[in-house]
Design a protein around this ligand. Structure first.
Ligand SMILES: Cc1cc2nc3c(=O)[nH]c(=O)nc-3n(C[C@H](O)[C@H](O)[C@H](O)COP(=O)(O)O)c2cc1C
Length: 328
């Protein structure tokens, strides 16, 4: 059966400059540096009506937990200036169903999958990694450490070096040697470089950054919090300068550690900012909600922007903004 695609090409696509857009993300060879962001495109099946998901660097799947979860109460979304707040609360089908349906679909479709995992204890993270160990079609594992640690008063793993490292070390041990483990960092910390150094020392092969920032909105009609969960994660263009700053600081401190950059990317030039700051690939999240073909468009725009600036290889632009100005 042939399937109709709503948008895959723009008129200028045939004239894209010849730039090698392949990238190496912590050992994973990707044909494109543009990926989806966890939680913003499920497992890619719905997106595939709007763009060819096999052309993406990879689909980063919604964080999966051991057991099915219904998430937090509604309302779970609120619009904010240049962004949105969400308190979805890791709703999902659990690892068994994920492996049987979502991952199986991605494999059959021929798309690369970065599987995001989330847990409430170090042991849960390790069990999830173990379940992925001998499964085909896992390009990398992304560890969502922005979760409350149920064994430590709900403190978020990502916000302190010791618990963040404990999770990453356990996942690294349980993951097959050739599969990269990416630790996803939270910007809600005093010193993101300290956390980055700790998780890399614990075995992370690369870093995804950034997760949402903790925010809140109050509905001035009801005079109550706009989200049933009270607080939520802020995403979208509003957080881009924070995300670019995080990528910049971490790349400066750890120039050899690959970074998957994200936070408010809506255009190819937004993506280019992350690349110049040090990202070896980028994820597109919130932008997908109002433009489901955004990752494909952003990839084309990024290729054009690189060509316009004289780059023949995407890889040559990674971290370019850190280079010293030539002496005049
Ligand atoms: C509705 C929604 C759900 C999300 N779910 C997850 C998730 O399950 N796991 C995760 O690591 N990040 C999750 N995120 C964070 C995104 O992956 C991304 O890090 C963040 O939104 C910043 O990128 P953006 O501004 O392009 O959306 C979610 C974001 C949104 C908006």
């Amino acid at each position: 059966m042939t399937r109709m695609r709503i948008t895959t090409m723009t008129p200028g696509e045939a004239e894209l400059p010849d730039v090698d857009m392949s990238t190496d993300l912590a050992g994973a060879a990707l044909p494109s540096p543009v990926l989806t962001a966890s939680g913003c495109a499920a497992a890619g099946r719905e997106l595939d009506q709007f763009m060819d998901v096999t052309a993406l660097g990879a689909v980063v799947t919604k964080s999966i937990m051991l057991k099915p979860r219904s998430g937090r109460p509604t309302p779970r979304m609120a619009e904010t200036p240049s962004g949105m707040l969400n308190s979805i609360g890791l709703q999902g089908p659990g690892i068994d169903s994920f492996l049987e349906t979502d991952l199986a679909w991605l494999r059959t479709r021929g798309a690369r999958a970065v599987v995001s995992i989330a847990g409430g204890t170090v042991d849960e993270f390790a069990k999830l990694a173990q379940r992925l160990r001998n499964v085909d079609g896992v390009t990398a594992v992304e560890v969502n450490i922005s979760c409350p640690n149920v064994e430590d008063r709900g403190q978020v793993f990502a916000c302190a070096a010791a618990p963040a490292s404990a999770v990453v070390a356990a996942v690294r041990r349980a993951t097959a040697p050739g599969i990269p483990v990416l630790a996803k960092l939270s910007p809600d910390v005093t010193d993101i470089v300290e956390i980055a150094q700790a998780v890399v020392a614990a075995g992370a092969d690369g870093l995804s950054m950034i997760n949402t920032l903790l925010g809140m909105a109050i509905d001035t009609d009801t005079m109550r919090p706009a989200l049933a969960g009270v607080t939520g994660g802020l995403s979208g263009p509003a957080i881009r300068p924070v995300a670019v700053r995080c990528v910049w600081q971490v790349h400066q401190a750890l120039p050899d550690v690959p970074i998957l950059g994200m936070g408010g990317i809506r255009t190819g030039l937004d993506a280019l900012e992350f690349v110049l700051a040090g990202a070896s690939a980028v994820s597109v999240g919130t932008a997908v909600f109002n433009d489901p073909s955004a990752p494909a468009r952003i990839a084309r725009e990024l290729q054009r922007a690189l060509g316009d600036r004289g780059f023949e290889r995407f890889a040559d632009a990674v971290g370019y903004a850190h280079r010293a100005e030539p002496e005049s």
